[in-house]
Design a protein around this ligand. Sequence first.
Ligand SMILES: Cc1cc2nc3c(=O)[nH]c(=O)nc-3n(C[C@H](O)[C@H](O)[C@H](O)COP(=O)(O)OP(=O)(O)OC[C@H]3O[C@@H](n4cnc5c(N)ncnc54)[C@H](O)[C@@H]3O)c2cc1C
Length: 541
Amino acid sequence: MEGGYFYEELTPKEKETISAYFSSVDKNTFVLTNLPEVIKGTLFSRYSRSEKGARRLLLDEFVTNKDIAEVISSDPRPKGNDSGLATSRAEDFYQRILVGYGDDSVAELAGVHIACENISSLAADLLTDSRLGISPLEKSARYILFDKQVRGRYLWHRDRRLMESKHASLYGQTMDLLFSSYAKWLPVVMEHVRRVSPRDPEATDRAYASATRARACDILKNLLPAGRLTNVGLYGNGRAFEYLLTKLYSSNLEEAKELARDMHVEVAKVIPSFVKRAQPSEYITTTRDTMDQYCSKTEGDSGPEGPYLSLVDYDADGENRVLAAMMYPYSTMHLSALASQVSAMTPEQRKKLITDYLSKRRTRRDKPGRALENSYYTFELCANYGMFRDLHRHRVVSQERQALTTDLGFDTPPELEPIGLDGEYKGVMMQAKAAYDTIVKEFPSEAQYVVPRGFRMRWYMKLNLREIYHLTELRSSKQGHPDYRKVAQKMRDAVAEKHPALAQYMMVDMNEYALPRIESEKRIDRRLSELDTRLKKEEGA
Ligand SMILES: Cc1cc2nc3c(=O)[nH]c(=O)nc-3n(C[C@H](O)[C@H](O)[C@H](O)COP(=O)(O)OP(=O)(O)OC[C@H]3O[C@@H](n4cnc5c(N)ncnc54)[C@H](O)[C@@H]3O)c2cc1C
C-alpha cells in the first residue's frame, strides 16, 4: 500500500505472463482482453468466493492448470477470443470450478455477438422481444431500400409449410405483388418528396438525398410484409440467450424453431455451459394451447378498428407516490410518513418540490430520477404493425401484442393521394388481406407473414413515468418517424391530463416536420467536416 492506495503486488515476470489478458497490470481498474468468454465468466465468478483480485486469480488458479494454461498462454492474440479447443478445455475447467455455484447470474458474466441473417420480420420480433440481457440492432426499413431482387427473387421468407401447401402460389404471388409495388412506386414517391420539400441551401447534396430517401422509405414501408427478410445482430449474455433460445424452441413458427437450433449451435461454440439448458419448454407450449381455448370464447368482442391510443389505467395516487419518493433518499423518515407529509403540502409547495427535482435537466440525456418510477400508466394501442415494431424495442416497458391480422384495417400514407397512388395502394393492401383471410384458416401463425406493416394490430404498454419521459422524448425527436412521433405526443398529453405537474418537464417535441431527417443529416455533415479538418491538421502537424 502506498499513500492509502491498495493494489495487488505482481512480480515483473508475473506481469509479463498475464499482460496480454488485462488492459492494465498495475491499476485497480482494468479490462479483460484476449481470453475465451467462458474463462472471463469463470474468472469474475471467482470474485464471490475468493479474496484475490482477477489478475492474481488468473495466475494462481488458471495459469497453474495445465490445460487452461495451454489454452491461454498459446499466443492468444492472432486467434481472437475463442478457438474451439480453447472453449472446450475452458468449458471442462469451468464445470469443475463452478460445481459449487448455484447462481444463474454467473451466466451473465460472459456474452456473445451473434448475427441472424435473412430471417423474417416476425422472427426478428421474437428475437427483439427480450429484456435487458440482450441488445439487438436490426437492418432498418427506413434507411434501406427493399426494391431489389436477388437471383430474380424478392427477399421474403419462403416458409416451408406454406410453400408445400396448396397456398404456395397465392402466398408467393401476394408477396411478390407487395415488393414489386414498393419497387415500382419508389421513384414516384421520391420525386414527390423532393418536389414538396425542396433542398434548403444549407443542406449538402448528400444530406438532402439521404433525408428524402428516408422519407420515401417511411411512406412505402407500409407495404412491406411481416415475411420480409431482415438481418439482426444481437449482443447478449449467456443467461439471456438461454431464455431466448427456450422461447424460440417453444414457438409455433417452424422458422423460429429452426433459428433456435442454428443459434444454439453457434452460441454453444463460445459459451456452451451457459446455454446448455435451452430446450423446448412444455410449460410454454401447453400454456399457450390452453390459453388459446379462452380466445375462441371471447371472440366477437373485438372493439373498434382504430387507430387509437387510450390510457386504460393509471395510478390515481401517482403524484403523491412520486413526490414522497423524490424526498426519500434525502430523508430519514419511512415512506408512508413521507406520503402523509406530501399529502399535507400546499399546491405551491408541491409545485416547488417538482420544479426542484426536474427543472434542471438540460437535454433528454439528463435522466430524471428514479422517483418517477413510482407512478404507472397502461396504454392500449391499435396502430400499424410498423409502429408496433418501433415501440416494441423499448425493453423496460411491459408490452404484449395480439396476433397480426388484417381485421383492424390499415393506414394509408397521406402522401400517396396527391400523386394518385392511394387507390392502387388500397387495392394491393386488399389483395394482401384476401390472401391472409384464405391462408389463416389453415395456417393461423404462418398467415402473419403475408400481412403488410400498414395493417393495424393491438397491444398494450404498461410503463412508469420515468420510462414515459425516456420514450416520449426519444420518440418525438425531430428525426423520428411521423407515426411514432404522434404516439409519443399523445402519450405525453394523456399523462399531462392526469398528472399535469409531473408532465410539465417532459421535453416532448410537439411540432410536425415535412422532412424529418434533414437536420440530423446536416449534423452528420458538420461532424464529418469537423473530423476531416482535424485529421488534416494532425497530418500537417
Ligand atoms: C431515430 C431512431 C432510429 C432507430 N433506428 C434503428 C435501426 O435502424 N435499427 C434498430 O434495430 N433499432 C433502431 N432504433 C431503435 C433503438 O435501437 C432502440 O432499440 C430503441 O430506441 C429503444 O431505445 P432504448 O434502448 O433507449 O430504450 P429501452 O429499451 O426502453 O431502455 C430504456 C433505457 O434503459 C437502459 N437500457 C436498456 N437496456 C439496456 C442494456 N442492455 N444495456 C444498457 N442500458 C440499457 C438505457 O438507458 C435505455 O435508454 C432506432 C430508434 C430511433 C429513435
